[in-house]
Design a binder for this molecule. Structure first.
Ligand SMILES: Nc1ncnc2c1ncn2[C@@H]1O[C@H](COP(=O)(O)OP(=O)(O)OP(=O)(O)O)[C@@H](O)[C@H]1O
Length: 338
């Protein structure tokens, strides 16, 4: 039996869009200006098993980061709950809330902006374990050196500042900082997006090695399918705030069910045989302020029919462990049964 470590249960996040200058002026002049709401995440449910790598993909603005931030406790859901080891992280208090916050860490895209430029590496990595009493004070230096080594940095660099490192090395510092509080779960939000392809591969290998060494579970967020394809056990696909497909990575890539996933994983033929290149999907992403009714993907879907324009498709099991939110599956099973 695989143990579930994280449950995302019917989680939504809505943001009220800030008014632009014209709207603020109109309001000051007495006109009524309607507040607009962005449904950044719309009733998403999924579970993550201990030790797995769940890749979360989708085009820009589909709500990946918002979901990741809620999982890491940096933002509260508008509705629904997130349970870590069975406990709703939104209702924990005191030491329990602190422990959950430490056990779920986030590694961000841009290490330069997420690392304090005025702190030395030993301070960046050693601060949280010292403050939270994770290691005794006198052992912090040795603890930091060990972590630096584990992420592939020479401990002799401990007194340097972030700007004295390359992009790849800074990514390693960000990873060491996350590891320093002994997390069980790491949300990687576009953690390798800012790096060159060869460095990306090194950092992805490092993530996989660390998973073994520290018994970690990852939610790996990326808009780049090439990045998640090889490291993920399962893939979750989001479109305009909704989860549209979930399944084993290999199956999702080789036999995508949802027309959105099919468009997403379509490869562009290249002369370079080894490298896969994924293309952009045709048609514009609709505004999240005014998403299309029914299936959000219907205006871009080559198979859309009447029902898709009216009714939201629910995420249903289409094969064991395989979920998809597409009315075509109902049509297919209806035809199969007839
Ligand atoms: N603090 C906020 N206030 C208002 N709207 C927000 C806020 N944060 C995110 N959004 C909106 O919510 C939607 C989802 O954003 P999010 O950053 O989660 O998407 P994403 O899939 O991670 O995209 P990207 O890869 O471009 O960051 C977008 O329309 C975004 O503009």
């Amino acid at each position: 039996m695989t143990e579930t470590i994280l449950d995302i249960d019917a989680v939504s996040k809505r943001f009220v869009k800030e008014l632009d200058i014209a709207e603020r002026t109109a309001r000051l002049l007495g006109s009524s200006v309607k507040e607009q709401t962005v449904h950044a995440v719309d009733e998403v449910s999924l579970s993550v098993a201990k030790g797995e790598v769940l890749g979360l993909v989708g085009e820009s603005g589909c709500g990946k980061s918002t979901l990741g931030r809620m999982v890491a406790g940096l933002m509260r859901p508008s509705d629904g709950e997130i349970r870590f080891r069975g406990r709703n992280i939104g209702t924990l208090k005191g030491a329990e809330a602190r422990d959950a916050a430490l056990k779920i860490q986030m590694v961000f895209q841009d290490p330069m902006s997420s690392l304090n430029p005025r702190l030395r590496v030993d301070e960046i990595v050693g601060e949280a374990p010292r403050v939270h009493g994770i290691v005794p004070r006198r052992e912090v230096t040795a603890y930091v050196d060990d972590l630096l080594e584990r992420v592939g940095l020479d401990p002799s660099t401990r007194r340097r500042y972030p700007h004295q490192f390359s992009g790849g090395q800074r990514a390693r510092i960000g990873i060491a900082r996350a590891l320093a509080v002994k997390p069980d779960f790491i949300v990687c939000d576009e953690s390798v997006a800012a790096l060159d392809v060869s460095i990306q591969a090194q950092i992805l290998n490092l993530f996989m090695r660390l998973r073994e060494q520290f018994d970690l579970t990852y939610l790996f967020i990326s808009h780049d399918l090439g990045v998640v394809e090889h490291i993920s056990d399962r893939i979750a696909v989001m479109y305009l705030g909704r989860l549209v497909e979930l399944g084993d990575a290999e199956v999702v890539f080789s036999r995508p069910n949802h027309p959105y996933t099919q468009a997403l994983v379509e490869e562009i033929p290249t002369f370079e045989t080894k490298k896969k290149v994924y293309g952009a999907i045709k048609g514009e992403i609709p505004s999240p302020l005014d998403p299309p009714p029914g299936c959000h993907f219907h205006p871009r879907c080559p198979h859309a029919f009447e029902r898709c324009r009216i009714e939201r498709p629910l995420l249903k099991e289409v094969a064991p462990g395989r979920l998809s939110a597409c009315h075509l599956n109902d049509e297919a099973s209806r035809r199969g049964a007839a």
